[in-house]
Write a protein that binds this ligand. Structure first.
Ligand SMILES: [Zn+2]
Length: 249
């Protein structure tokens, strides 16, 4: 036989592109096989049973078949478990940034379940909080840093190693936060400065989940912290990550 046996999956759609007249191609994160590429033929026709189900942030149970040696899964059956789209445009953009991040990331198959649970928790958690959900995206990034061996230390100055959480900025070359003394000696262009508000947010970031309803994040702080954390990621991955959803925030 030229085909692999049918396989049943659960998965979250990370990316979707329209293909030919009636079809869709999706990148889906599954706990079993990591990221897979799915070709869904004819699903843009209203009489197709999977019509309208294949959306970014949808969690599905689906079956596929696949030619031996082919990367492509062909959709057979599909059931929507839930969608994580949010009534708020802003929150949906932040959730989609998470999906984009996972789509652009290398996810080793043995770690697929860890990543799947991480993404699912991120998408479920944010549902409850309309404001401040950008902070959950930051927390997701911290977790992704850890999984990729590029943990961002929020307790020590990256330059002198002193224990502190009173940072003055992020050092682009040393790739970490820097204390006020070390900042004085550093080349100014190497530092992404942070304000008092941003400092305070970074302080509570590891435990920010429980503080979401008692903090207010200014648009400037939201932008700057996101920028620093994305820089940290991109400094380690050759500017590989470009999350379009973040531009909507
Ligand atoms: Zn220092």
């Amino acid at each position: 036989m030229n085909y692999q046996p049918d396989k049943l999956y659960q998965g979250i759609i990370l990316k979707k592109v329209i293909y030919r007249e009636t079809s869709i191609i999706c990148n889906i994160l599954t706990p079993q096989d990591g990221k897979i590429t799915l070709l869904a033929k004819g699903v843009r026709q209203s009489k197709n049973p999977a019509f309208g189900l294949l959306q970014i942030l949808a969690e599905l149970e689906f079956s596929t078949h696949r030619k031996k040696d082919s990367e492509w899964h062909i959709l057979k059956t599909c059931e929507l478990k839930q969608t994580y789209e949010n009534a708020s445009f802003q929150t949906t953009a932040i959730l989609q940034a998470g999906a984009e991040l996972f789509d652009q990331m290398i996810i080793p198959v043995p770690e697929a379940t860890t990543y799947y649970i991480l993404l699912k928790n991120y998408l479920s958690y944010t549902h409850n909080f309309d404001n401040n959900s950008i902070a959950l995206f930051w927390r997701l990034l911290l977790r992704v840093f850890e999984l990729n061996g590029i943990t961002l230390d929020l307790m020590h100055c990256v330059s002198c190693g002193k224990e502190t959480s009173l940072f003055n900025g992020y050092h682009l070359q040393k790739q970490g936060f820097i204390c006020p003394q070390c900042e004085n000696d550093a080349f100014p262009l190497m530092i992404e400065k942070i304000t008092t508000e941003e400092k305070d947010l970074l302080n509570i970031l590891p435990a920010i989940g429980i503080k979401l309803d008692s903090i207010a994040i200014s648009p400037q702080a939201a932008k700057q912290i996101t920028r620093i954390l994305m820089s940290h990621l991109n400094l380690h991955f050759n500017d590989h990550f470009n999350l379009k959803s973040l531009k909507l925030i």
